[in-house]
Design a binder for this molecule. Structure first.
Ligand code: IVH
Length: 666
């Protein structure tokens, strides 16, 4: 970058961060995810470090951020309320631990790990045991007096008996529990009021509210993590937490003293797993040097103490700007709306798309282009849009409506009674549906036609050589050979693979048909129960419903498919092509060697090799001529073929001598 570009970039970042700071600290709203904000700050820090002469005097990397709010009394802190160095990297936590250990080579160093509560930092001043003032962190030097707000909605020890008369200060985090947050939002929803985005926003909003009386129902809580006062000279952070609890304060619901980086990371991971069960939103772990004397000797930078670091979890929910909605057509014709937004990191990956499920879900969200949407990655892999911030909607934002005709072929969409999904009924000619159906048919777990990939399917469809899966089996060699990208060898290979797929068992054929809701497991159950397509086609609704784990939705889908004349014609053609439409007669699984393969080698005392073969076959087994991976047992007489034996041993095939073989037969 040219120096002028660097300077411009620094200015851009300073302005942008300044804007987000104002939103966050003045209005109590976060227009950007914490993660994205931290990334901006990190970019700025890196540029400033590389070009110190371009650093502005009021850089947000130097100041904590918050400016006093209008209408509040400004109070200077006795000692600055600093921020914490943050990282999203486990390696940086390990480096922090190493740095600390190096500073005190001859001393024991341990660390207190506490959850990082996602709330608002407060300083609470006590004189003669009485609460006199509560102040927000503000810019670190001075904050807003929120004593009156706190009196309305945050229960704190008011009069602490039996404490020294010297003033002391408790620092910690005000927050709203997840349960209260949910209940408040539920009530707002019922009244049609806009919802709060997250517990932190409502906590900040509550403490900034101009109408102090109006925050009575907000029910905030507080965890203390710092105690300052001349009468309280706790030797460690652990001791300070114990004293805070004895004074009547709640302290973080979990914390741990760790001796090294390994123990810290173990706790960090444990909390990542369990934080959903905590009553409060936790966005990371704060790792603090335990001994306060060591903390003092490490000191602080202008912004944050050197004795602590905050490891932040990648967010599991994020907000982003909705850039558009597309409508995706699946192989069964169902149309799914998909939201596209500015990429955001979410639980370890960058996400830019999320399913909006169906027309009803889309209508419920009531989205407009440019909206700020909330995205979550819950238990599922696919992220979902869970809400929209109406308060930040632009007036000219274009509303998003579900489409009425197929995005691919223009056919009017249908919706079956009682079903949420809209679908394109044009399954015979709608190209994405045909392509999806053929690709599913050829899938590795279905007919396993290896060479029939997306490009080939496109070429076959475009040349109108196939329309249904059955057409694959009558593909003329010359027509395929003439297609772009196909030569003698590739044509032979494709046709051979297609022909080979005729041996796939009936359960895979059933799955390959792509009947909606009939996955591999259901297909296997149907095949095992009915054993042939003919029997399945005769099955009644009652009969189908009696099968375990096959419910109404699946049954309706199967019946709909089998009764559809278009599918009936296709099924006939598939059968005529020689695809497996039945399972083979069951082998008697009670026989001792049922479906076991043997190789016999050498001569035996009690029987000839022919008699041995007969014995095996009568017991349900098969005798193969050579050792291969399919072989289950190697029966060895005397004068065994040495290379056969070596191969069997190499492949770990159990070797049975005559006596053992006879025992097994018995
Ligand atoms: S210790 C010198 N412990 O994180 C700062 N902070 O970015 C000492 N926070 O302003 C802070 N949970 O609002 C500390 N267990 C915890 C915390 C915690 C949340 C917040 C606090 C602080 C911010 C620092």
């Amino acid at each position: 970058m040219k120096p002028s570009d660097i300077s411009k970039e620094i200015k851009r970042l300073v302005d942008l961060i300044g804007y987000y700071n104002e939103c966050y600290f003045q209005k109590g709203i976060s227009e950007i995810s914490d993660y994205a904000y931290d990334q901006l700050l990190e970019q700025l820090t890196r540029l400033e470090e590389a070009h110190p002469h371009l650093k502005c005097s009021n850089s947000p990397t130097e100041v904590v951020g918050e400016q006093p709010s209008k209408g509040f009394e400004v109070v200077y802190h006795q000692t600055p309320m600093r921020s914490l160095a943050k990282t999203y990297s486990e390696i940086e936590v390990m480096q922090f631990v190493e740095r600390v250990k190096k500073m005190f080579p001859n001393e024991t160093v341990d660390f207190v790990c506490e959850p990082k509560i996602d709330g608002v930092a407060l300083s609470i001043l006590y004189e003669k045991g009485r609460l006199v003032r509560v102040v927000t962190r503000g810019d670190g030097e001075k904050g807003d007096d929120v004593t009156r707000h706190v009196a309305q909605c945050l229960p704190l020890p008011q009069n602490i008996r039996g404490v020294p008369s010297d003033p002391f200060e408790v620092r910690g985090e005000a927050f709203m529990s997840k349960a209260v947050f949910k209940a408040l939002n539920r009530a707002r929803k019922a009244k049609g009021e806009p919802l709060w985005a997250n517990p932190r926003n409502i906590t900040a909003g509550t403490l900034k509210a101009l109408d102090v009386e109006g925050v009575k129902d907000r029910q905030l809580a507080f965890y203390g993590y710092g105690l300052y006062g001349s009468s309280y000279t706790c030797p460690t952070q652990q001791a300070a937490l114990a004293v805070l609890a004895a004074l009547g304060f709640s302290v973080p619901p979990t914390y741990k003293v760790c001796r090294n980086g390994m123990e810290i990371m173990e706790y960090v991971r444990y909390c990542a797993w369990h934080k959903k069960d905590l009553p409060v939103e936790v966005d990371g772990i704060v790792i603090k040097v335990n001994t306060l004397d060591q903390q003092d000797r490490m000191g602080t930078t202008a912004k944050s103490p050197r004795w602590a670091i905050a490891y932040k979890y990648q967010p599991e929910s994020a907000s982003s700007i909705l850039e558009g909605v597309t409508f995706q057509l699946g192989r069964t014709g169902i149309v799914t709306p998909v939201a596209h937004f500015t990429p955001v990191p979410l639980a370890g990956t960058m996400v830019r798309r999320a399913s909006l499920y169906n027309a009803d879900a889309l209508a419920r969200l009531d989205l407009c282009l440019g909206d700020t949407v909330f995205i979550e990655k819950g238990g599922e892999i696919i992220p979902k849009v869970v809400g929209v911030d109406r308060a930040r909607r632009h007036r000219d934002g274009q509303p998003i409506r579900f489409i009425s005709s197929c995005p691919a072929c223009g056919t009017l969409l249908h919706r079956a009674a009682g079903v949420v999904a809209y679908y394109c009924p044009n399954k015979q000619h709608c190209l994405p549906q045909l392509k999806g159906t053929l690709l599913h048919f050829a899938h590795r777990k279905a007919m396993d036609i290896d060479t029939l990939g997306p490009k080939t399917v496109d070429a076959l469809l475009e040349a109108k050589l196939v329309q249904t899966a059955a057409d694959l089996y009558t593909l003329p060699y010359d027509a395929v050979n003439g297609l772009e990208g196909f030569q003698t060898l590739s044509t032979q290979k494709l046709l051979a693979h297609i022909q080979a797929s005729k041996t796939r068992p009936f359960d895979r054929v059933l799955f390959a048909l792509g009947i909606q809701h009939v996955g591999e497991t259901v297909a296997r159950k149907l095949a095992l129960h009915f054993r042939s397509m003919e029997r399945l086609q005769e099955a009644t609704e009652e009969e189908l419903l009696q099968l375990p784990d096959i419910g109404e939705k699946i049954v309706q889908s199967i019946l709909g498919y089998l009764q559809d004349p278009y599918q009936q014609t296709m099924l006939h053609a598939l059968q005529a092509a020689g695809v497996q439409f039945a399972l083979p007669e069951p082998v008697d699984t009670l026989l001792p060697f049922a479906s076991k393969n043997f190789v016999i080698s050498g001569t035996f005392q009690k029987f000839t090799r022919e008699e041995c073969t007969k014995l095996i076959e009568e017991a349900g087994g098969r005798v193969l001529p050579a050792v291969s991976t399919k072989v289950d047992y190697f029966v060895a007489g005397t004068k065994v073929g040495p290379s056969k034996l070596a191969k069997a041993m190499e492949w770990g095939i159990p070797i049975l001598e005559e006596v053992e073989f006879i025992k097994m037969m018995a």
